[in-house]
Design a protein around this ligand. Sequence first.
Ligand code: ADP
Length: 629
Amino acid sequence: MKLIKLGPQQKEWLIRLLRIALALGIAVLLSQFNLDYLESWTYDLRMQSKRPTPPSGHVVTVAIDPQTVEELKRDPNAMDHVRLLGRLAAARPRAVVYINPPNEIDGTFEEMKLFADSALQLNQFIVAANRLPIKGQEEQLKLDAPLDRLTVLPGPKTSDQKIFAKDDVTRRLIFSYHGAPSLHALIASSYNGLRYDDLHAMQDFRGIFDFLGTYQAFIDFRPSGTYRPVSFAQVLNGNFKAEDFRDKVVFVGADTVISSADYIRTPYSREVVAMSTLEMHANMTDTLILNSAPRKGPDWLDLLLTSLISILTVYVVLSVRPARGLLILMATMISFAVVAYVSFAGLGFWIGMAHPLLSIFICYYFFIPYRLIMENRRSWEYYQRNRLLTQVEELKSNFLRMMSHDLKTPLARIQGMADMVMADASQLSPSQKEALATINRSSEELSEFIGSILSLGRIESKEIKLQLHSRDVNTLLADVIKKSEYLAAKKGIKVIPEFEPLFSIKLDEDLIRQVFTNLIENAIKYSPENSKILVSTEEINGHIVIQVADQGIGIPDEELGHVFEKFYRSNEVKNSPVKGSGLGLYLSRYFVELHRGRISVESELGKGSTFTVELPMSLENSEVQSLSN
Ligand code: ADP
């Protein structure tokens, strides 16, 4: 079999595709799980926080309430109901719906007959059945004589007991069953003219969905108390205005807080008596009259959103820094929740939230270990490489140190011999004298270079310990200036000291001398002939401030930050005949910082540079110990 060889770019694409495939796999797998409980919870939150749709005004409720029972000293009997229907008939409502079975009303056969007669006097009288009839046996719903003439229509309660969220909350209404409308559909249709009898026309009602042989919709709930019931007793007493009932649908039922069967749990509250069944019917009817049932997004939308969010999460977990990734995921969650909320509150469109949100957590926890393994592997590789580099670095400095040390002795010998010949130069020709001077200068340069390399070695192996003694900085500087006079005189450069009288301070003379020598020699090296160098000292805020200012070539802005680095030489001088190692300023900074001081530079290209050293006036031995360790 021939294996296809992949380039690094193709490999990267393959890995990317694999990740996307894995994220999609998780999304598809997750969508197989029924998360109705969680989904309903987010649904309830949205329902609670949105502004309720105002009622249509077509629905009123009459409640057999504690006041009624108190006034009558019992539950209303058949004759009370006859009187109630009489009062209602006078107000001409469009329909009266009894939600408690009238056959449970207390009364003789004759009285019940009278009740049925009064009911039939009304424009429309419906008895709500709290169940659906078996198909073909609709007759089952009929009441016994003498109530058999009354219209009974299904209008059951629908709590999510064994289906959907299984939390006993009522969220749905039955629209129709085997082609027969529920009483709510029938009433709504009489108000808004929409049709319920044809499968196609029925779709004009929002959010109707097919479920186990019924058509159903979600209730657009209003909080409990929105429909204030008129007391049964109040109607009996004629204590109402006729227009309160004219052309309305009147639901009559019990609200006495005696039987839990008269109540439902709602998305607003899971209390047993969260809302009376009376008010539930009002909500169901208004949902259909106003045609405002929330519409659930299709399954493919759920899957699409879950997939997109999974892919994003996988990308964020594997490719973004953890803290930033977490922020991005939180922002995604919040934005998604806001979109879901706005579409629900504004458009009545219910976007599934459970699957997409859960996919974030699952993808996160699935891919985090993978990321950790990858990072671990990478840091192990770094560690190995770093170790190798440190070893090479150590070898290099050891080698340099040994070399420099071994070079010192022969070099001293060359210098000694040259000095000896110079001492008796009377027989030498001018060109020979010149050659000897060159030998001397070159070996001095070499010796300085070796000195720097040795200092570097000492720094890197942390061998340097400060030897503090009280010294006057002005004297030290004057000494260094004197030693560099020869160098300056050759270029006609004037070094001008401008010293303020100072107290002696504690310092390591050798190291600070190296710093000053380096600064002054650099100033001479990088200045044109016949220019001036100003060396000044003063005392500012407990520090001695030394400045070396020249009128030399200056340092470009972009290189200013680098001149104190090891082996750094500016581009300008690298190709010039001016010799140097790039170590002087690095060592100077190190030595100054050992003294708890600071060194800095200001420069303007072509105009000159000013190096400033600040040394603290009070430096204790103990402080220095901790620094040099
Ligand atoms: P070098 O041995 O090259 O002088 P240094 O560490 O002393 O090394 O200085 C580093 C670089 O900083 C020099 O190569 C030069 O480019 C720049 N530099 C230092 N002092 C001056 C100065 N007085 N004027 C201009 N450039 C300077």
